[in-house]
Ligand binder design. Structure first.
Ligand code: VNL
Length: 382
């Protein structure tokens, strides 16, 4: 008798366990938590965790479980972790991707497994074309950069030298800038590219200064912004009358205060400023700083936060159904009010449509901020 009860109890527990497992949706977040891009991983995971802390762990009637994996910024590791998360952990969706090569590495895996991947940061335009299972909530570099080219052409800048990190997003930024700026009558004197890893910017900056352009256009991934900007300021570009412009990555919000007063007055174009004036952003910045030793969120932290929002919203739409193709469809056309402003996922391209703001660095309440003063609304990736 005793044995029978025990067996019945066991069966019940097992059934409950099975039912409970189905009530959980797992999300795999792959980010560089160590290595040279660790600053990106820290922001992304902090943003994702903040979203869950503020919105609970339920979406579409299911319990959401976040599994964080560290790819150390190495693409082969990103691919292996994606495979393990899909095969062993049975995640419904993977997300993260601090850098373009890390996103590209998982394309074949998600296509084969039919599991959606939500890009929180990586910005090379071509990524989403490499798998129908990519959905991007962040930005593309052409989208971020073109308003800078328009603004420069309309504000007395006639000649520009560009200096970028020599990989996908840098080349996208450089090409988009040159095309639009020259269309509007400006001239790009030279396009310089520094290595992504262990760059020595000195010879490039010397060359740029010798060419005496009206402006220096910069792109490096946000975690490298401080290192580049210190050298730009040490070489006295603003004092020489050379404006420092570009998409906001090289003017990263997290490191802006450490860049010094030389950066005051720089005009850049970007989808997000920590100073964006809206109730959604006030709440995001206040809560992010509270949870992270007063660190200011940048667009990577925002990517983590909005990435989780998009996943929650897609699960609400499918009522918790996690079948890959169905979940993928649910991301298409999502629209929400982000801390950056309104965002829609273009159902055709799976790319974000969003405002790109023109901002100027100013000192406000004792700190440096990007103060937005003009808007290019609802920008798509060309
Ligand atoms: C990328 C683009 C990475 C912009 C970034 O920071 C960034 C990328 C990590 O596509 O690799 O600010």
């Amino acid at each position: 008798m005793k044995k029978l009860i025990t067996a019945a109890l066991m069966a019940g527990l097992l059934a409950a366990g099975g039912a409970q497992a189905q009530q959980t949706v797992k999300i795999g977040l792959i980010a560089p938590m160590t290595g040279p891009q660790a600053a990106a991983g820290r922001q992304m995971v902090a943003g994702a965790k903040l979203y869950m802390a503020l919105n609970g762990n339920k979406a579409g009637g299911k319990t959401v479980e976040l599994i964080v994996k560290d790819d150390t910024g190495v693409a082969d590791i990103t691919r292996r972790l994606a495979q393990e998360l899909i095969v062993n952990d049975k995640v419904a969706v993977i997300t993260g991707f601090g850098l373009t090569p890390l996103a590209l590495a998982v394309g074949p895996v998600i296509t084969q497994a039919k599991v959606p991947a939500v890009i929180m940061v990586a910005g090379t335009a071509a990524i989403t074309g490499t798998s129908p299972y990519f959905v991007r909530i962040s930005f593309t570099l052409p989208q971020q950069t073109i308003p800078s080219a328009l603004w420069a052409a309309e504000n007395g800048i006639k000649s520009v030298v560009s200096l970028v990190a020599d990989y996908g997003p840098g080349i996208d930024a450089q090409d988009a800038f040159k095309k639009k700026f020259e269309e509007k009558g400006g001239k790009v004197l030279e396009q310089l590219r520094a290595p992504l890893l262990n760059p020595d910017y000195a010879p490039f900056l010397q060359r740029a200064k010798d060419l005496k352009p009206d402006a220096l256009m910069l792109f490096v991934p946000a975690p490298q912004a401080g290192a580049l900007m210190r050298q730009v300021m040490d070489r006295g570009f603003p004092q020489a009358g050379i404006k420092v412009i570009g998409p906001g990555d090289a003017f990263d919000d997290e490191q802006l205060n450490a860049m010094g007063d030389g950066v005051i007055g720089s005009v850049t174009s970007y989808n997000y400023s920590a100073a964006h004036d809206s109730p959604e952003n006030k709440k995001f910045v206040t809560e992010f700083k509270k949870a992270n030793d007063n660190v200011r969120p940048n667009l990577i932290g925002l990517g983590g936060y909005d990435g989780l929002h998009a996943i929650y919203a897609a699960l609400e739409k499918t009522k918790g159904e996690t079948d890959g193709p169905k979940l993928l469809e649910a991301f298409k056309g999502l629209t929400w009010t982000s801390p950056r402003g309104p965002v829609t996922i273009d159902p055709q391209t799976r790319e974000p449509i969003q405002n790109i703001y023109i901002r100027k660095v100013e000192r406000k309440d004792g700190e440096l901020y990007h103060i937005e003063f003009a808007t290019y609304p609802n920008q798509k990736t060309p």
